[in-house]
Unconditional design. Structure first.
Length: 175
């Protein structure tokens, strides 16, 4: 599948490439950004990008339109289970702390979720959130995700069902 560039009012999202390795390394070097992300201590930025390039999903870099060379976060899908009755993928996201609380991730995820439902054909989008990551738990629930109670390691599973989500109707520009 070809994953598009996405534009919103303030943001530009594009699939990460190896050329983004330096920016990805800088982004994840902040412990407040990376502490709840499932990145191993020995993984390089190249490893992270390559994983998503080879996985069944994708990873977009999130950039401000006003500063298109500055990576402020990432988001995307992995573990895309296409060949089942209700296709499902896991969504992941992270944002540089200077941009927390300003609505950027909601702005980025709304079209990403709509793309998942409308183009990828997902019935369910899941997110695994660390029990200590209060900000992400509150955020994902504001998007309409519900906690299933299922635990994997120290992470709770949250799901968003296509039939119950208003985000499937998101109207943004994709290329």
């Amino acid at each position: 599948m070809i994953f598009p560039k996405i534009e919103t009012e303030r943001l530009f999202l594009r699939i990460l490439t190896i050329e983004d390795a330096e920016a990805v390394a800088e982004h994840f070097s902040d412990i407040e950004v990376s502490c709840f992300v499932d990145i191993g201590p020995d993984e390089s930025a190249e490893d992270i990008i390559t994983f998503h390039m080879n996985d069944t999903g994708c990873r977009w870099g999130v950039f401000l339109k006003e500063k298109p060379i500055k990576l402020i976060g990432t988001c995307g899908y992995h573990c895309w289970l296409q060949n089942q009755k209700e296709p499902e993928a896991e969504i992941g996201f992270d944002l540089s702390k200077d941009f927390w609380g300003k609505g950027y991730m909601k702005e980025a995820l709304a079209p990403v979720i709509a793309f998942g439902f409308n183009v990828m054909g997902l019935s369910i989008i899941s997110a695994f959130i660390n029990e200590e990551n209060i900000r992400s738990k509150k955020f994902i629930m504001k998007l309409g995700f519900l906690c299933t109670g299922e635990i994997k390691d120290t992470q709770y599973k949250y799901t968003l069902n296509k039939t119950k989500s208003d985000l499937r109707k998101e109207n943004t520009t994709t290329q």
